[in-house]
Design a protein around this ligand. Structure first.
Ligand code: IMP
Ligand code: MG
Length: 178
Protein backbone atom coordinates (compact mmCIF):
# COMPACT_ATOMS: atom_id res chain seq x y z
CA UNK A 1 0.00 0.00 0.00
CA UNK A 2 2.75 2.44 1.00
CA UNK A 3 4.64 1.68 -2.20
CA UNK A 4 1.70 3.13 -4.19
CA UNK A 5 2.24 6.59 -2.69
CA UNK A 6 4.21 9.14 -4.70
CA UNK A 7 4.23 11.94 -2.18
CA UNK A 8 2.99 12.68 1.33
CA UNK A 9 1.05 15.94 1.39
CA UNK A 10 0.17 16.05 5.10
CA UNK A 11 2.12 13.97 7.61
CA UNK A 12 0.33 12.13 10.40
CA UNK A 13 1.70 14.47 13.11
CA UNK A 14 0.55 17.59 11.29
CA UNK A 15 -2.84 16.00 10.69
CA UNK A 16 -3.29 15.11 14.34
CA UNK A 17 -2.16 18.57 15.48
CA UNK A 18 -4.69 20.32 13.28
CA UNK A 19 -7.52 17.90 14.13
CA UNK A 20 -6.81 18.54 17.79
CA UNK A 21 -7.03 22.32 17.21
CA UNK A 22 -10.36 21.88 15.43
CA UNK A 23 -11.71 19.71 18.26
CA UNK A 24 -10.67 22.31 20.82
CA UNK A 25 -12.14 25.17 18.78
CA UNK A 26 -15.47 23.36 18.41
CA UNK A 27 -15.48 22.53 22.13
CA UNK A 28 -15.11 26.24 22.95
CA UNK A 29 -17.75 27.32 20.42
CA UNK A 30 -20.25 24.73 21.68
CA UNK A 31 -19.53 24.98 25.41
CA UNK A 32 -22.66 24.09 27.37
CA UNK A 33 -24.26 22.48 24.32
CA UNK A 34 -24.21 18.95 22.95
CA UNK A 35 -23.62 18.96 19.20
CA UNK A 36 -24.89 16.12 17.04
CA UNK A 37 -22.16 15.13 14.57
CA UNK A 38 -23.29 13.87 11.19
CA UNK A 39 -20.55 12.02 9.36
CA UNK A 40 -20.70 11.59 5.62
CA UNK A 41 -19.88 7.94 4.88
CA UNK A 42 -17.42 6.56 4.28
CA UNK A 43 -14.68 9.14 3.90
CA UNK A 44 -15.37 11.12 7.07
CA UNK A 45 -15.22 8.15 9.45
CA UNK A 46 -11.52 8.36 10.34
CA UNK A 47 -11.56 12.14 10.74
CA UNK A 48 -14.75 12.09 12.84
CA UNK A 49 -13.36 9.39 15.13
CA UNK A 50 -10.26 11.49 15.89
CA UNK A 51 -12.01 14.88 15.92
CA UNK A 52 -14.65 13.74 18.41
CA UNK A 53 -11.97 12.43 20.76
CA UNK A 54 -10.33 15.86 20.83
CA UNK A 55 -13.66 17.38 21.85
CA UNK A 56 -14.10 18.01 25.56
CA UNK A 57 -17.91 18.23 25.39
CA UNK A 58 -20.59 15.56 25.03
CA UNK A 59 -21.53 14.76 21.44
CA UNK A 60 -23.72 12.28 19.63
CA UNK A 61 -23.17 10.63 16.24
CA UNK A 62 -25.21 9.85 13.19
CA UNK A 63 -24.19 9.06 9.62
CA UNK A 64 -25.44 9.59 6.10
CA UNK A 65 -24.31 8.01 2.86
CA UNK A 66 -24.81 9.85 -0.41
CA UNK A 67 -23.79 9.33 -3.99
CA UNK A 68 -23.68 11.73 -6.89
CA UNK A 69 -25.70 10.87 -9.97
CA UNK A 70 -23.87 10.33 -13.27
CA UNK A 71 -21.64 12.95 -14.83
CA UNK A 72 -24.46 14.52 -16.84
CA UNK A 73 -26.57 15.35 -13.81
CA UNK A 74 -23.66 16.15 -11.53
CA UNK A 75 -23.58 19.79 -12.52
CA UNK A 76 -27.18 20.13 -11.32
CA UNK A 77 -25.95 19.02 -7.91
CA UNK A 78 -28.38 16.13 -7.72
CA UNK A 79 -27.30 13.77 -5.00
CA UNK A 80 -28.90 10.48 -4.05
CA UNK A 81 -29.28 9.51 -0.38
CA UNK A 82 -28.08 5.91 0.03
CA UNK A 83 -28.45 5.88 3.81
CA UNK A 84 -30.45 8.45 5.71
CA UNK A 85 -30.13 9.57 9.33
CA UNK A 86 -31.49 7.29 12.03
CA UNK A 87 -32.73 10.10 14.25
CA UNK A 88 -34.56 13.37 13.73
CA UNK A 89 -32.33 16.46 13.86
CA UNK A 90 -35.12 18.90 14.66
CA UNK A 91 -34.03 21.35 17.35
CA UNK A 92 -30.48 19.94 17.53
CA UNK A 93 -27.11 21.65 17.04
CA UNK A 94 -25.81 19.86 13.96
CA UNK A 95 -22.25 19.70 12.65
CA UNK A 96 -21.80 17.99 9.29
CA UNK A 97 -18.41 16.25 9.25
CA UNK A 98 -16.93 15.71 5.78
CA UNK A 99 -13.59 14.48 4.47
CA UNK A 100 -13.10 16.85 1.55
CA UNK A 101 -14.90 19.56 -0.41
CA UNK A 102 -14.21 19.44 -4.11
CA UNK A 103 -16.87 20.96 -6.40
CA UNK A 104 -19.01 21.58 -3.30
CA UNK A 105 -22.05 19.94 -4.92
CA UNK A 106 -22.39 17.16 -2.34
CA UNK A 107 -22.27 19.49 0.63
CA UNK A 108 -24.44 22.10 -1.06
CA UNK A 109 -27.13 19.47 -1.42
CA UNK A 110 -26.64 18.04 2.07
CA UNK A 111 -26.64 21.44 3.72
CA UNK A 112 -29.94 22.41 2.08
CA UNK A 113 -31.47 19.02 2.74
CA UNK A 114 -30.56 19.06 6.44
CA UNK A 115 -31.52 22.70 6.98
CA UNK A 116 -35.04 21.88 5.76
CA UNK A 117 -35.33 19.47 8.72
CA UNK A 118 -35.28 22.40 11.15
CA UNK A 119 -32.16 21.88 13.26
CA UNK A 120 -31.44 24.53 15.92
CA UNK A 121 -28.15 25.24 14.11
CA UNK A 122 -26.22 23.75 11.21
CA UNK A 123 -22.48 24.04 10.53
CA UNK A 124 -19.97 22.29 8.29
CA UNK A 125 -16.61 20.88 9.38
CA UNK A 126 -14.35 19.51 6.66
CA UNK A 127 -10.86 18.10 6.97
CA UNK A 128 -9.75 19.17 3.49
CA UNK A 129 -10.80 21.77 0.96
CA UNK A 130 -9.79 22.18 -2.68
CA UNK A 131 -10.89 25.80 -3.21
CA UNK A 132 -9.80 25.89 -6.87
CA UNK A 133 -12.38 23.24 -7.76
CA UNK A 134 -15.41 24.96 -6.25
CA UNK A 135 -18.54 25.14 -8.46
CA UNK A 136 -21.06 26.13 -5.78
CA UNK A 137 -20.41 28.01 -2.57
CA UNK A 138 -20.92 26.20 0.72
CA UNK A 139 -20.82 27.83 4.14
CA UNK A 140 -17.82 26.07 5.73
CA UNK A 141 -17.32 26.96 9.38
CA UNK A 142 -14.40 24.66 10.23
CA UNK A 143 -11.70 23.56 7.78
CA UNK A 144 -8.56 21.57 8.51
CA UNK A 145 -6.43 22.27 5.45
CA UNK A 146 -6.82 23.91 2.05
CA UNK A 147 -4.97 21.77 -0.50
CA UNK A 148 -4.09 22.15 -4.19
CA UNK A 149 -6.16 20.52 -6.92
CA UNK A 150 -4.73 17.01 -6.65
CA UNK A 151 -6.40 13.67 -6.00
CA UNK A 152 -5.46 12.58 -2.49
CA UNK A 153 -5.93 9.42 -0.42
CA UNK A 154 -5.53 8.36 3.20
CA UNK A 155 -7.05 9.24 6.57
CA UNK A 156 -10.47 8.11 5.32
CA UNK A 157 -10.11 9.13 1.67
CA UNK A 158 -10.02 6.36 -0.90
CA UNK A 159 -9.26 5.46 -4.45
CA UNK A 160 -11.47 2.51 -5.51
CA UNK A 161 -12.17 1.88 -1.78
CA UNK A 162 -8.47 1.48 -0.93
CA UNK A 163 -6.00 3.54 1.13
CA UNK A 164 -8.56 4.79 3.69
CA UNK A 165 -6.43 3.47 6.57
CA UNK A 166 -3.24 5.35 5.69
CA UNK A 167 -2.43 7.60 8.67
CA UNK A 168 -1.42 10.52 6.40
CA UNK A 169 -2.75 12.34 3.32
CA UNK A 170 -0.85 11.31 0.21
CA UNK A 171 -0.83 11.43 -3.57
CA UNK A 172 -0.85 8.17 -5.54
CA UNK A 173 1.70 7.27 -8.18
CA UNK A 174 0.42 7.92 -11.71
CA UNK A 175 0.51 4.22 -12.66
CA UNK A 176 -2.15 3.38 -10.04
CA UNK A 177 -4.78 5.29 -12.01
CA UNK A 178 -4.15 3.24 -15.18
P1 IMP B 1 -17.91 17.32 -4.29
O1 IMP B 1 -19.37 17.07 -4.32
O2 IMP B 1 -17.35 17.55 -5.68
O3 IMP B 1 -17.49 18.42 -3.34
O4 IMP B 1 -17.25 15.95 -3.90
C1 IMP B 1 -16.88 15.62 -2.65
C2 IMP B 1 -16.63 14.14 -2.56
O5 IMP B 1 -15.80 13.66 -3.64
C3 IMP B 1 -15.85 13.87 -1.31
O6 IMP B 1 -16.73 13.64 -0.24
C4 IMP B 1 -15.05 12.65 -1.69
O7 IMP B 1 -15.78 11.50 -1.44
C5 IMP B 1 -14.80 12.78 -3.17
N1 IMP B 1 -13.46 13.38 -3.45
C6 IMP B 1 -13.20 14.59 -3.94
N2 IMP B 1 -11.88 14.81 -4.06
C7 IMP B 1 -11.26 13.68 -3.62
C8 IMP B 1 -9.88 13.28 -3.49
O8 IMP B 1 -8.92 14.02 -3.79
N3 IMP B 1 -9.67 12.04 -2.98
C9 IMP B 1 -10.68 11.19 -2.63
N4 IMP B 1 -11.98 11.53 -2.74
C10 IMP B 1 -12.28 12.76 -3.23
MG1 MG C 1 -17.06 12.10 0.98
Amino acid sequence: MWKDIKEILIESKELQGRVRELGEEISRDYAGREPHLIGVLKGAVVFMADLSRYMAIPVSFDFMAVSSYGASTKTSGVVRILKDLEESIEGKDIIIVEDIIDSGLTLHYLYNNLSSRRPASLEICTLLDKPERREVEVPVKYCGFAIPDRFVVGYGLDFAQKYRNLPYIGVLKDEIFK
